[in-house]
Design a protein. Structure first.
Length: 369
């Protein structure tokens, strides 16, 4: 079958190449069993790109990313590049992709699978059945606002400045997407900011309320970010969809991630604006980092990378049935007691990165039979 679905794989650094290989295992399975082909290109990003191109994202790599249907990214960073200039750090490759592709919304699901409920640091009854989604604004706010920098004053002391800035358009589009997603779930949305002390929070709350008028069936709640952090560890199942800014989203999504027991299990999607055909530029990546301490040992958990590919099928290719199949296969593997080192428990069977990918493919065979 002719391939018309274009993917760019950027394995990156550390365990990135190892977990990305398991996505290729699933792509090969889909070609063989579902007769779905992908036109897959591969390049480097982050530290690997610094080594190859002298910068964390090559110009041609960016051009390729702009031309495909979706980008799959493994992880970036590592101690090898700790002392390079700030604008050349591996993480700048990812930030540049997000900015240039205008990936304004980061979707971070936090789902507690039955087999993983005991792995959470919270009591099992608080997290069992948790299924929430955090929508984080990704291209504005304090990470990109100007002025920013560190200056030395006349008396020799130093002063640092970061600027939190948001336009109405930036807030409106991410809130609108969050309302749409909430409509496909339980119909409940929490908009999170600090309107009590921040002007951007005041504007955020006002615009979220205005957008909500277009979605009368969505139950909109406003919540301060500090209260949201507390509520996430107090009563996490009260949430379904949360929409928030770049900084608060960064913090709250990591907090929500650990409710599930392991960063190695969590995928993410970063989406741009829909074009006239409804297509969005998109980047999919696991929540975990590059984990250079275990790189090359074959023990990394590929589940987050595999499920990031499932999100890719759902949001970039409208292949929800195939995405559900992959997610069910992942659940079945865990229910069978198979574990990588990061989620290993007494009585379970420890397997390697490659074996985890192979077992997901085996479960897919059973489900598709």
């Amino acid at each position: 079958m002719a391939a018309n679905k274009k993917l760019l794989m950027l394995p990156g650094d550390g365990i990135g190449p190892e977990v990305m290989k398991q996505v290729q295992t699933i792509i090969d399975w889909m070609d063989r069993r579902r007769h779905v082909s992908f036109d897959v290109a591969e390049d480097v990003v982050g530290g690997a790109a610094i080594d190859k191109y002298g910068q964390p994202l090559g110009d041609n790599t960016l051009a390729d990313a702009m031309g495909v249907d979706a980008v799959l990214l493994g992880a970036v960073g590592g101690p090898k590049w700790d002392n390079v200039a700030r604008d050349l750090r591996p993480e700048m490759g990812l930030l540049t992709l997000r900015k240039e592709m205008d990936l304004y919304a980061n979707l971070r699901p936090a789902t507690v699978l039955p087999a993983m409920a005991k792995a959470s640091s919270l009591k099992e009854d608080l997290v069992s059945g948790l299924d929430m989604l955090i929508v984080r604004e990704l291209t504005g706010g304090v990470y990109f606002g100007k002025p920013r920098g560190i200056e030395t004053l006349a008396d020799g002391s130093r002063k640092a400045v970061d600027t939190q800035v948001y336009s109405e358009a930036e807030i409106e589009r991410v809130c609108r997407l969050a309302f749409e997603l909430a409509g496909k779930r339980s119909g409940k949305l929490h908009s999170v900011e600090k309107a009590n002390v921040m002007e951007t929070g005041v504007l955020w709350r006002a615009i979220a309320t205005e957008v909500g008028k277009d979605f009368p069936n969505i139950d909109l709640h406003h919540m301060y970010a500090d209260n949201c952090a507390m509520q996430l560890v107090r009563q996490p199942k009260q949430f379904d969809v949360i929409v928030t800014d770049n900084l608060f989203g960064d913090i709250l999504s990591d907090c929500a991630a650990m409710l599930t027991g392991s960063l190695g299990m969590l995928p993410s999607a970063s989406l741009g604006a829909a074009d006239s055909d409804g297509r969005r530029k998109a980047l999919y990546e696991p929540v975990h980092g590059s984990a250079p301490d275990i790189a090359g040992q074959g023990i990394a958990n590929p589940m987050a990378m595999i499920q990031s590919f499932a999100m890719c099928l759902k949001y970039s290719f409208d292949m929800g049935e195939d995405a559900d199949l992959i997610e069910q296969a992942c659940k079945n593997v865990l229910d069978a007691g198979l574990r990588t080192a990061d989620i290993m428990e007494a009585g379970m069977t420890k397997i390697s990165t490659t074996q985890m990918g192979e077992n997901v493919a085996k479960e897919l065979d059973k489900l598709a039979a």
